[in-house]
Design a protein around this ligand. Structure first.
Ligand SMILES: NC(=O)c1ccc[n+]([C@@H]2O[C@H](COP(=O)([O-])OP(=O)(O)OC[C@H]3O[C@@H](n4cnc5c(N)ncnc54)[C@H](O)[C@@H]3O)[C@@H](O)[C@H]2O)c1
Ligand SMILES: O=C(O)C(=O)C[C@@H](O)[C@H](O)[C@H](O)COP(=O)(O)O
Ligand SMILES: [Zn+2]
Length: 369
């Protein structure tokens, strides 16, 4: 069964997220009304090899001319250098304002291609065809596009909403296990933010999704997209409620930056898992949340073989992590903003968090206490 989740609200043009099986074959047909001219399919080398031909064949069958533009796989492609190269190729292909970019890949391709589309001739349309679980449940929806700088994650970017998102559950069959589990962290995050029943299902019967069961994956993708769509519709530019989607990310992004964005050490999803565990433990420590809730979060993450302790990941300095956290986009005047929780399913934005308390907390975590 195919599910269509609408994304609408605020100032942006509404669009649909289509979730189901066998959708790659329908890509051309679904895109034809948007792509009056040509498309460039931006992908990475791995996804291009596995799914590029199917995407191009589907476009061709619908009379849409497409060509592939390939970037190296990995977080390193979210860079000024790669952005420049991609835009230069788009100019060399003589794309014009009526042409459409297709982002075929995980969150890295989506963030980079989305930013290239936003900048090219001051902005052209783009379509997200997410091929990782993480991209299907999170990065393909909501219009955040960005590259990293050595100073931090996603520090240069725009809000540029896609015209359409096509999430084919079948493409997840080729995804390595570790990537599937990374995406699962963002799925669990959606339950933790605002849907305790969803979290309970994910921790029980639904956990089959983390092991690749397509039925459970489909349900997890649909519910995640519904949750994200509702939040983005209310607050596109993260003036308030959208910051909840950053649960686990203030810690997570700092940890990723300290590891030099090396996903062989820690993927984004793993960083989010660890960040969620830390956010719940800190919430317990300040008395906002009961210890049993933190334990349930850790159990769900452990079951998905995701990290929950800094000591599992590497050696860190608390002061260095807190310095990174103060440079996060949610920080105001260097004062920390954290997403904390009252219970599973009820996260809240906490501004002006005491940096000394966070440092002391992290020192204990680093010492394994
Ligand atoms: N814009 C947003 O709202 C948002 C949300 C969450 C994450 N992100 C960003 O997304 C990025 C992480 O995305 P990701 O986890 O998808 O990583 P990724 O894009 O690097 O993909 C992970 C790996 O899986 C491979 N791959 C992708 N699809 C495949 C498939 N179907 N079969 C086999 N291999 C496949 C890729 O080549 C890559 O090596 C981070 O940069 C993060 O900051 C953005
Ligand atoms: O869409 C959002 O909003 C999110 O926060 C989703 C996050 O999972 C994602 O990693 C996002 O890219 C983080 O954004 P940032 O603004 O904290 O860089
Ligand atoms: Zn994320």
């Amino acid at each position: 069964m195919t599910t269509v989740v609408p994304v609408s609200g605020g100032d942006f043009r509404p669009y649909e997220v289509v979730v189901g099986r066998g959708l790659m074959a329908e890509l051309g047909e679904r895109m034809a009304p948007l792509a009056r001219g040509r498309t460039v399919v931006i992908t990475d080398e791995t996804v291009g090899r596995l799914h590029g031909a199917a995407a191009l064949a589907s476009l061709k069958a619908a009379g849409v001319h497409g060509r592939l533009l390939t970037v190296p796989p990995g977080e390193g492609s979210k860079s000024f250098a790669e952005l420049e190269r991609v835009i230069d190729r788009m100019l060399a292909f003589q794309l014009d304002r009526k042409d459409v970019v297709v982002a075929l890949g995980g969150g890295v391709v989506g963030d980079l291609a989305g930013l290239a589309a936003a900048l090219f001739m001051r902005g052209i349309d783009f379509v997200q065809v997410p091929t990782t679980l993480l991209a299907q449940v999170d990065s393909s929806v909501g219009g955040k596009t960005a590259i990293d700088t050595p100073r931090g994650k996603n520090l240069v970017g725009t809000f540029h909403q896609p015209r359409l998102v096509v999430a084919d559950i079948d493409v997840l069959a080729t995804l390595p296990e570790r990537q599937l589990r990374s995406g699962w962290a963002e799925v669990l995050k959606h339950g933790l933010i605002c849907d305790a029943d969803f979290f309970d299902w994910l921790s029980g019967e639904g956990a089959a999704g983390a092991a690749g069961d397509p039925g459970a994956l489909e349900r997890a993708v649909v519910r995640s997209v519904e949750i994200k769509s509702a939040i983005v519709g209310e607050d596109e530019k993260e003036a308030g409620r959208r910051a909840l989607l950053n649960l686990g990310h203030t810690f997570g992004h700092a940890i990723e930056a300290e590891l030099g964005f090396d996903e062989t050490k820690l993927t984004h999803g793993e960083a989010v898992a660890l960040g969620c565990a830390l956010a719940f433990r800190f919430s317990v420590e300040i008395g906002a949340c009961q210890p049993e809730e933190g334990a349930k979060v850790k159990a769900a993450l452990d079951a998905a073989v995701l990290p929950t302790r800094l000591t599992q990941v590497g050696a860190f300095r608390a002061a260095a992590l807190v310095k990174r956290m103060a440079g996060d986009k949610k920080a105001e005047g260097g004062r920390l903003t954290l997403i904390l929780a009252r219970r599973i399913g009820e996260a809240f934005v906490s501004k002006d968090v005491d940096a000394a308390a966070v440092t002391a907390f992290l020192e204990r975590e680093i010492a394994g206490r």
